[in-house]
Write a new protein. Structure first.
Length: 479
């Protein structure tokens, strides 16, 4: 990890730890900051030593840069060089960095190492950090065991501890009533619930279709002097709109605005999604306009929910308007959104436009991946079949060729329609090419396809005359 290739630093004499720390603080690049740290280490022969504060700061810089292992090694080096372990707060950034890297077992390993190797007695701060990581990374059993360990060690629970426990219960398959019992026991343990506690419970109740209980808890929260946050309002509004209590959701939205809590993009997106699911996409459009007036920029999720809702209600004109607005604002549609729009166009028999949007999707760099493969197959084949049925055979063939060139599978029904369309046009040669490519793909034409091609060839005058001459010769020769 050392940056030995960087030029050496000429230090003043005598070198002091505050001087080194100041240089590290002022350097924004973590690699260059580490070079400063390592260069100062080279002055040990002159009597200089990094102190615990410098070690801890450099470790925190590495941790914030997503480098928890070098950060941990640095803390171990501090213990080795200074003869006493770093303080507990030095380890917290490293624990959080492991968690952000989705390495919960490393979080737990370092936590254990703090006790048996660094000889530290973890406080509620370390316990809470590790517990939060285990819950966030879906390790409920490990979290449950650590809660028991914390209790047995006599480490007092804090509000943050209870919040983590309640979140763990709400995130698991356990009954929400268990979380409510923990919530009710908090005052007896000297911990008053805060907005985070209420937010988790209200969201958990809404997710389990207990919106009425969530509303009661929301009222209780305010009665006890705990002010709702944007998360509180958003969770409850999402629950209300999800279960089609739209008037209540709008009433809560207005209450939120009057109370001075500013809605964010998640608030608007939740409301818009709920209204669209409830068949009220035009009202959702009004929310989108209000969102813009408030200076809150919609994201891809906001637009996707609205466009999907409009398409579901056969409001294709409005859906295309929103789609254009989305692109004008620099939001890039994904494969799913293009798929919804193309499907709606096909259902309205607007296959040429659907093909244009298909081309646009490709030109914008949206390619199939493991998750969107079936969506791409379905979308491309739907457009080709629609063009064939509308007798737009030339456009259909162009889309067909482009689809094959991208490696996207052609479905048997699509092959059949292409063959039938070319045979109808008496273009037996192209129909034969399609059949050949079909067989290369491991698919075999049915008797209808073969009959269509043979009939198309038979319809050619020269072929028919040649066959008739051969038949005449055979008959006369037999005579």
């Amino acid at each position: 990890m050392a940056s030995s290739a960087a030029p050496a630093i000429r230090w003043s004499v005598p070198l002091t730890a505050p001087q080194v720390l100041q240089m590290i603080r002022s350097e924004r690049d973590v690699q260059k900051a580490l070079h400063i740290f390592d260069s100062a280490s080279g002055e040990y022969a002159s009597g200089y030593r990094h102190d615990h504060h410098t070690f801890a700061f450099m470790a925190a810089r590495l941790a914030s840069a997503g480098l928890p292992r070098p950060a941990e090694s640095l803390l171990f080096r501090a213990f080795s060089e200074l003869g006493e372990p770093p303080a507990e707060p030095s380890f917290l950034p490293v624990l959080r960095a492991y968690s952000r890297c989705h390495l919960p077992h490393d979080v737990l390993r370092l936590f254990r190492r703090m006790a048996y190797e660094f000889l530290l007695q973890p406080s509620h701060r370390s316990y809470n950090t590790v517990l939060a990581s285990l819950v966030a990374n879906n390790r409920p059993i490990l979290a449950k065991n650590l809660f028991k360990e914390m209790k047995n060690a006599g480490v007092p629970f804090t509000v943050a501890s209870f919040n983590i426990l309640i979140k763990a219960i709400c995130s698991s398959a356990a009954s929400i009533d268990t979380a409510l019992r923990v919530f009710r026991s908090m005052p007896d343990r000297g911990c008053l619930p805060d907005s985070c506690t209420y937010n988790t419970l209200i969201d958990g109740l809404c997710r389990r279709a207990r919106v009425d209980d969530a509303q009661k808890l929301f009222d209780e929260m305010q009665q006890k002097g705990c002010l709702p946050t944007v998360v509180t309002f958003t969770s409850l509004m999402h629950g209300l709109s999800r279960f089609e209590q739209f008037e209540e959701a709008l009433k809560l939205f207005n209450e939120m605005c009057k109370s001075g809590v500013k809605p964010n993009v998640i608030t608007y997106s939740s409301l818009i999604d709920g209204f669209c699911r409830g068949g009220r996409a035009l009202e959702a459009m009004g929310l989108l306009e209000k969102m813009g007036r408030q200076g809150c920029l919609p994201n891809v999720i906001t637009y996707s929910s609205l466009i999907n809702g409009l398409c579901s209600e056969s409001r294709l004109k409005e859906a295309l308007e929103v789609f254009d607005k989305m692109r004008l604002q620099g939001r890039k549609p994904d494969a799913v959104l293009y798929g919804k729009l193309i499907k709606a166009l096909c259902e309205s028999n607007r296959f040429q436009e659907a093909a244009n949007y298909l081309d646009e999707m490709v030109f914008s760099g949206i390619l199939p991946n493991r998750l969107t493969w079936l969506l791409h197959v379905r979308t491309h084949n739907t457009v080709i079949r629609g063009l064939c049925r509308k007798d737009e055979i030339i456009r259909a063939f162009h889309v067909y060729l482009a689809t094959r060139n991208r490696g996207i599978s052609i479905e048997p029904e699509t092959y059949g329609l292409l063959v039938a369309s070319y045979c109808k046009k008496r273009d037996a040669d192209t129909a034969a090419i399609v059949i050949n490519e079909m067989m290369i793909d491991g698919l075999f034409p049915d008797i209808t396809a073969w009959s269509s091609v043979l009939e198309a060839y038979w319809g050619r005058r020269k072929v028919r005359q040649a066959v008739e001459i051969i038949l005449d010769e055979l008959i006369s020769g037999g005579g």
